[in-house]
Design a protein around this ligand. Structure first.
Ligand code: DGY
Length: 327
């Protein structure tokens, strides 16, 4: 009998066609949590799941899917998934690293520039009708922070952090880097996290959200940042304390911030970040170009095809499930 694979949302491109040749593929419309579409019994008959970072793959969902053989997420981050629970059941989890590196680094650098040079604030200023003869160009009008020649601290030196460092080199920035693994990267001065925060005019976060990185940039660490620094986060909400960031902006300790990812998404309307004019906000669009999103889908489908054919996934987050002791 053909396997049944659920896809939690329509996906761009026609990559699913190749999977549909091998199994029954059912695509949901993605507006509600998975368990609201299907009865326990229907979920119970699925062998495969292709999900997005907005789908919580947690204990209760896994309980409802006793026949699940693989999960393939159209994302590089997997903090929405209970990975230990999958591993315990011997279920491989696929993700999509590599294909979104430059697109995400472009977004991070765009946020850095926009926050430093007050781009969004200037846009709002004009649209609000505030740019008048009595309020026009003046020597101190909309002054921002210099990017060229400044120091950038990159937290997390994986592929995206390294791509950010390359962009910074093009702006003659001095680049400091810290990563939990201690990895060293040419052109990046390896320093401790404390030194990075102390010396950097710009700090950009490029870590996965895990138990150890949650709340890493908290009030205590923000207080040690260089006065007037700019913070950029395009990695995951939950790594930077939003409350502490908003307070540091209010007191003027930090100059500005560029934030693409949030503790809660969509960002609640009472978020303190919405109150501050120097925060440039974007709605988790780091990898959002058509080409990159299609490549992410392509990788997620390739992972699924491998799993359906009982082959190891191309990009597997928990490869230990393929070790003989797991079977
Ligand atoms: C990911 O894949 O984890 C990214 O956050 C998507 O933009």
């Amino acid at each position: 009998m053909l396997k049944r694979v659920l896809v939690t949302q329509p996906l761009p491109g026609d990559h699913l066609a190749a999977l549909a040749d091998l199994c029954n593929v059912e695509v949901l419309d993605g507006t509600r949590p998975l368990c609201e579409y299907l009865s326990q019994a229907e979920l119970g008959t699925c062998q495969g799941l292709i999900c997005l970072l907005t789908d919580a793959i947690d204990h209760s969902l896994l309980e409802a899917m006793p026949n699940l053989e693989f999960v393939s997420s159209v994302s590089v981050g997997v903090d929405h998934i209970d990975v230990p629970a999958l591993t315990e059941r011997g279920i491989p989890l696929g993700n999509t690293p590599g294909v979104l590196v430059d697109t995400t680094a472009d977004t991070a650098f765009a946020l850095l520039l926009a926050a430093a040079r007050r781009v969004a604030e200037g846009d709002r200023f004009i649209r609000a009708g505030n740019w008048r003869l009595d309020n026009r160009w003046a020597p101190e009008f909309f002054v921002g922070r210099d990017v060229s020649g400044a120091t950038l601290g990159v937290i997390g030196l994986g592929a995206i952090g390294q791509a950010m460092a390359r962009r910074a080199a093009g702006f003659d920035m001095q680049v400091l880097g810290w990563t939990p693994s201690g990895r060293e990267v040419p052109g990046v001065e390896a320093v401790s996290l404390e030194e990075l925060l102390l010396r950097s005019d710009f700090v950009s976060v490029h870590l996965a959200l895990t138990a150890t990185t949650r709340n890493l940039i908290d009030a205590g660490r923000i207080a040690t940042m260089k006065p007037g620094a700019v913070l950029v986060n395009s990695a995951r909400g939950g790594i930077v304390s939003e409350l502490a960031l908003a307070e540091a902006l209010d007191t003027g300790r930090l100059f500005a911030a560029g934030i693409d990812v949030f503790e809660r998404e969509p960002l609640p309307l009472d978020s303190p970040l919405l109150q501050h004019p120097r925060v440039v906000l974007t709605p988790h669009l780091g990898s959002a170009t058509r080409l990159t999103r299609e490549k992410m889908v392509e990788v997620a489908v390739a992972n699924s095809i491998a799993a359906v054919q009982s082959q190891p996934m191309l990009h597997c987050v928990n490869p230990q499930v393929y070790e003989p002791s797991q079977n």
